[in-house]
Design a binder for this molecule. Structure first.
Ligand SMILES: [Zn+2]
Length: 570
C-alpha cells in the first residue's frame, strides 16, 4: 500500500519531455512510481482532467526575515512553491552584529519594501554568524523547503561597519575577513552568495547597499572562497552600466573559480534593447567556458496602485488631501461627486517627489489591471489611449479606475520588462539557452508589487491564455519553474517527477487555473501591510510526500525544512 496515489492525471514531469497519462505513487516522502497504473494508496487523489507537476522551485525570494515567523511562506505558498531560495540581491540578516539589527532592517526596508516595523516585531534574531542563522531557521518547520544565500551587504557591514556602504575599497584584511565569512557560511549550508550593484537599491535612509561599489579584487576573493567551499551560486543584481567591465570580472570569477554567476536581466524603458546585447555577451561567455546565466522574469515588474496606496495620481492634490482621512467607501463616494472631480481635475499635485510626480503622469504606460488581472495589456488599453479615443482627459480615466469595483481595482504600471508594450521580449529571454526563470521576489515589495504569483501566471498565461503572441508549451513552462532552477542550484533531489526523488508535487486543474486580483492584507507583524494574491486551480500541493495545501487551504502540515547545500542535496 502506497502512502499517496495520484490517480490518472496528465503527468508533466518537469524534464520538458512530452506529458503522459498515468499514476504517481508516493511512499516515505519519495516518489516511488511515476506513470503506468499503480496499486492502492492509503490516500488517493483523483487527478482525472488534472495535470500533475513537480512542486515549484522558486529561486528568487526575499523571505529572509519572514521565515522566522511565517511557516506558510506566503504568498509563495499559495502558488504551489515547495522550495524557495532566499537571500537574493545582496540583502539579508546574517551575519549580524548585535548592534546592527536596525541597520540591516533599514536596508531591507529600503531595497525590498518590507515594512521595518514588521521586521522589528516579527524577527527574534538569536544569531550573529551565518551558521547560527541557519541553525535558527532549521529549528522551525515550514510548509516548504527553504535555502539561504549569504548576502554581501550583511557580510560587508559585519566586517567594515559604516564604511561598508561607502565607496571606500575594502583593504586586504577586510577582504580576507569577508571571504572567510562567506566560506564558513557555505560550509554550513548556504546555497549561494548574493550582491547588489544597482543604484536603484537604496536603504530606507537613502544610503547605498554595502557592496554596491565593491571592486573586482573583493569579488574575486569571494569567488575564491566559494571555490574552497566547493559549491554555491554567485547571484547578482547590477545596473551593468559598463557591461564590458562587469563581464570581465564575472567571467574571470566563473572561469577561474568554477563558480556559476547569475545576474538579473530585465528590459528597461530607457534602453529597450540592451538586454539583447547582454544576452549576446552571456552566450559568448558561456561558449568561452564561463558559467554565466541571466535571471529573467515571466511578466512585467509592475507597480499596483489604488486609493489605499501610499501614492496614487491624486494622493498629493489639495482636494484629495482634504478627504484622505475618510474610510475607503466614503472617499469613493466623495470622488464620484462632480464638483470634487472638477476641482481635482483643475488642480496639480503638490508632491515634491520627482519619482512619484513623473510616474503618476505616465499615462501611456498605465493600465487598468482588471479582474481577471491582465498582465499583458495592449497599448490601446493604456489610460492615455483610452482617453484619446474617448475625448476625455487621462486623469478622468484614472479616477474611474480608482473608484470602480469598490476601490479594489488597480492601476497597473508595468515599468520594467514592458518597453515594447508586449511580453515578446520576455518570451525570447525565457527561451534563451543561458537564462533561468527567476524574479518572483516573494516576500518583497509589500506595498507596490506582488509577483510571487509568477508560477501560476507562467502556467495560466504563457501555457494557455496568451493571445498577443506565441505560447510556451506546457512541458516547457513546467520545466522552467521546476527542474531548471533546481539543477542550477544543485538541488538534484527535486524539480522532476522521477522515482526516487523527493515527492514535491502539484495537482492542478489546469483549465481552471486562474489568478485572483491582488488585494491588501494587514497580516504582517505589527499589523504590517502587504499585497497578497491568490490563485484558484491548485487541487493539492504535496511537499516531501505530505499534502500541504488542498484547494487553496493549508492542511496544517509543515514538512518543509532548511536545505543545507553541499550536505543534503548532493
Ligand atoms: Zn530581489
Amino acid at each position: 500500500m502506497h502512502d499517496i496515489v495520484i490517480r490518472g492525471g496528465l503527468v508533466v514531469d518537469g524534464t520538458g519531455a512530452p506529458a503522459f497519462e498515468g499514476d504517481v505513487a508516493i511512499e516515505n516522502g519519495k516518489l516511488v512510481a511515476v506513470g503506468g497504473s499503480v496499486g492502492a494508496g492509503r490516500e488517493e487523489i483523483d487527478a482525472r482532467d488534472r495535470i500533475v507537476t513537480p512542486g515549484w522551485v522558486d529561486i528568487h525570494s526575499h523571505y529572509d526575515g519572514q521565515v522566522t515567523w511565517d511557516p506558510y511562506v506566503s504568498p509563495s505558498g499559495f502558488h504551489g512553491v515547495t522550495t524557495t531560495v532566499m537571500g537574493n540581491c545582496g540583502v539579508g540578516f546574517a551575519p549580524a552584529r548585535p548592534d546592527s539589527h536596525d541597520h540591516l532592517i533599514n536596508v531591507m526596508e529600503g531595497v525590498e519594501d518590507i515594512p521595518g516595523t514588521a521586521l522589528h516585531e516579527g524577527m527574534r534574531w538569536g544569531w550573529e554568524s551565518f551558521p547560527q542563522y541557519l541553525d535558527v531557521l532549521e529549528a522551525m518547520p515550514r510548509v516548504m523547503d527553504i535555502a539561504a544565500q549569504v548576502p554581501h551587504s550583511a557580510v560587508r557591514d559585519y566586517v567594515m561597519g559604516d564604511r561598508g556602504a561607502t565607496r571606500a575599497a575594502a583593504n586586504a584584511d577586510h577582504v580576507e575577513a569577508m571571504a572567510r565569512i562567506v566560506e564558513q557560511a557555505l560550509r554550513a549550508g548556504a546555497i549561494g552568495f548574493s550582491t547588489s550593484r544597482t543604484k536603484l537599491h537604496l536603504a530606507a535612509d537613502g544610503s547605498a547597499v554595502a557592496g554596491s561599489f565593491a571592486d573586482s579584487t573583493e569579488l574575486l576573493a569571494i569567488g575564491h572562497a566559494m571555490a574552497r567551499a566547493g559549491h554555491g551560486v554567485f547571484q547578482m543584481v547590477s545596473d551593468l552600466v559598463d557591461p564590458e567591465a562587469e563581464f570581465a570580472w564575472m567571467e574571470q570569477l566563473a572561469r577561474q573559480h568554477g563558480v556559476p554567476v547569475h545576474y538579473i536581466l530585465v528590459q528597461f524603458e530607457e534602453q529597450p534593447d540592451k538586454w539583447r546585447q547582454l544576452l549576446a555577451m552571456t552566450r559568448r561567455a558561456a561558449e568561452g567556458g564561463a558559467d554565466i546565466t541571466a535571471l529573467v522574469g515571466c511578466r512585467p515588474v509592475g507597480m499596483l496602485i489604488n486609493l489605499e496606496s501610499r501614492y496614487h495620481p491624486f494622493s498629493e492634490h489639495p482636494s484629495y488631501r482634504a478627504i484622505a482621512h475618510l474610510p475607503l467607501e466614503a472617499r469613493i463616494e466623495a470622488l464620484r461627486q462632480p464638483a470634487l472631480r472638477a476641482r481635482l481635475l483643475a488642480e496639480e499635485t503638490t508632491s515634491t517627489n520627482r519619482f512619484w510626480r513623473t510616474r503618476m503622469a505616465h499615462f501611456h504606460n498605465m493600465f487598468q489591471l482588471g479582474d481577471p488581472p491582465d498582465y499583458e495589456p495592449p497599448p490601446e488599453r493604456s489610460v492615455e489611449a483610452i482617453a484619446r479615443a474617448s475625448g476625455r482627459r487621462p486623469e478622468e480615466i484614472v479616477l474611474d479606475i480608482l473608484t470602480g469595483q469598490g476601490g479594489r481595482d488597480w492601476l497597473y504600471f508595468p515599468f520594467i520588462n514592458y518597453a515594447d508594450r508586449s511580453l515578446q521580449p520576455l518570451y525570447d529571454m525565457m527561451r534563451h539557452p543561458h537564462t533561468l526563470l527567476s524574479l518572483a521576489d516573494g516576500g518583497a515589495h509589500c506595498g507596490l508589487i506582488c509577483d510571487a504569483s509568477a508560477p501560476s501566471f507562467l502556467l495560466s498565461h504563457w501555457a494557455r491564455d496568451r493571445r498577443r503572441g506565441p505560447l510556451l508549451g506546457l512541458e516547457e513552462a513546467v520545466a522552467l519553474q521546476s527542474s531548471r532552477g533546481a539543477a542550477a542550484y544543485g538541488l538534484v533531489d527535486r524539480g522532476r517527477l522521477t522515482a526516487g526523488l523527493r515527492a514535491d508535487v502539484n495537482v492542478i486543474d489546469f483549465n481552471k487555473l486562474r489568478l485572483e486580483p491582488p488585494r491588501w492584507a494587514h497580516d504582517l507583524p505589527a499589523q504590517g501591510r502587504r499585497l497578497l494574491q491568490h490563485a484558484t486551480g491548485y487541487d493539492a500541493t504535496i511537499a516531501a510526500g505530505v499534502v500541504t495545501w488542498r484547494h487553496g487551504e493549508a492542511t496544517g502540515a509543515l514538512p518543509g525544512r532548511l536545505i543545507r547545500a553541499g550536505r543534503d542535496a548532493a
